[in-house]
Design a protein around this ligand. Structure first.
Ligand code: FES
Length: 77
């Protein structure tokens, strides 16, 4: 999204470490890279949460922003 100028998801480290970009994937296929377990638990991953910077979409995704800046973005979307 960042490469295409879409900035609806907050980002920080871009390396799976800070958790600012946490999203919940509501539908669609995807895979994820290595993510810091201090900012996303195995249970969250099982429940469809992911870090956007480590998520690779394999088609259209429906997502919700749930990271630390959720309130900020919810008020502006
Ligand atoms: S931007 Fe830091 S974990 Fe994604």
């Amino acid at each position: 999204m960042g490469r295409h100028g879409l900035k609806k998801i907050p980002s920080g480290c871009h390396g799976g470490g800070c958790g600012v970009c946490k999203i919940r994937i509501l539908s669609g296929c995807y895979r994820v890279g290595k993510m810091n377990r201090d900012v996303i638990s195995p249970k969250e991953i099982e429940d469809g949460f992911a870090l956007a910077c480590k998520t690779i979409a394999e088609g259209d995704l429906e997502i919700a922003v749930v990271g630390r800046m959720r309130k900020f973005y919810r008020e502006r979307l």
